[in-house]
Write a protein that binds this ligand. Structure first.
Ligand SMILES: Nc1ncnc2c1ncn2[C@@H]1O[C@H](COP(=O)(O)OP(=O)(O)OP(=O)(O)O)[C@@H](O)[C@H]1O
Length: 270
């Protein structure tokens, strides 16, 4: 018999709005966002700077509650951060005083896992993320790409069914970035995580996602929500890839222009 629980959306973003108070002004960062994300789906949130992508991800993570609406994860309303939702940031949020292995082990130690389990998990993740020889190194001795592998391993150690990723590869050079995108796709296929991934790269969104959600510039709303039907592994040189990149490019550029317009208007007012 099918388990009806497994068919329910994994994440529901239900009419979410967010208003910030800034210097006596109200900034409406998100307005009326609604999305239902099935279990195992890879969703990219795409849009120019300032369209509220991080704000939305933070609401799902439970770091900053919405001003209106709600987020539901696995049938429970999100009231704060939880081990079911792991976050990977752009800036490698590693402890500089801990070795790579200790960074990966940290969450499990806090949870009170047994030593043997921790050691086995760390060994498995070092191998999964091609960090095999780096367990005893410190973050400062690693390249940006290697540090981001450690950040991903750290989240995977907790075995969160949901991975929230805020421009995790934004600071990496093109080759390292492609490498990590491929690793992430492999891990996603193997472990069946639900992923919400923020990016402002159209190419990255099409390369990775099952579904791309394009957001508008302030207030952030859903401008377009589309499924990427291209076969995997995706080929950025394929005509279908390029056609979709052009379509998304037009949408993102419209919002980028609104962003620039807004900035010019504010500069003129100052
Ligand atoms: N704490 C805050 N106080 C006031 N305004 C904020 C705050 N955080 C974000 N904002 C504003 O809300 C809007 C959305 O910000 P957010 O960081 O979510 O956008 P983003 O799409 O993730 O942008 P970026 O790609 O630059 O990170 C922006 O206009 C930003 O200036």
């Amino acid at each position: 018999m099918r388990d009806p629980h497994m068919d329910a959306p994994h994440i529901v973003i239900d009419n979410v709005s967010k208003v910030y108070q800034s210097g006596g002004r109200e900034v409406v960062a998100l307005r009326g966002i609604g999305l239902a994300v099935p279990r195992g789906q890879f969703v990219c949130l795409l849009g120019p700077s300032g369209c509220g992508k991080s704000t939305l991800l933070n609401a799902v993570a439970g770091f900053a509650p919405p001003s209106a609406g709600r987020v539901v994860a696995d049938g429970r309303e999100v009231a704060g951060p939880g081990p079911d939702r792991g976050m990977v940031f752009q800036e490698y949020a590693l402890f500089p005083w801990m070795t790579v292995a200790d960074n990966i082990a940290f969450g499990l130690e806090i949870k009170g896992a047994r030593r043997a389990e921790i050691d086995a998990t760390v060994a498995r993740l070092l191998s999964m993320l091609s960090l095999g020889d780096f367990g005893q190194r410190y973050p400062k001795d690693l390249s940006g790409g290697m540090r981001q592998r450690v950040a991903i391993a750290r989240v995977l150690a907790l075995d969160s069914p949901v991975m929230l990723m805020d421009e995790p590869f934004g600071a990496l050079d093109a080759l390292t970035r492609r490498n990590l995108q491929d690793e992430l796709l492999r891990i996603w296929a193997e472990l069946g995580k639900t992923i919400l991934f923020v990016t402002h790269s159209i190419e990255e969104a099409i390369y990775l996602a099952d579904r791309v959600v394009v957001m508008t510039y302030r207030p952030g709303t859903v401008k377009r929500d589309l499924m990427v039907e291209l076969p995997r592994p995706r080929d950025p040189a394929a005509p279908g890839f390029n056609a979709l990149a052009r379509e998304l490019g037009t949408l993102v550029m419209e919002e980028q222009r609104r962003h620039q317009h807004d900035e010019l208007r504010r500069e003129a007012a100052d």
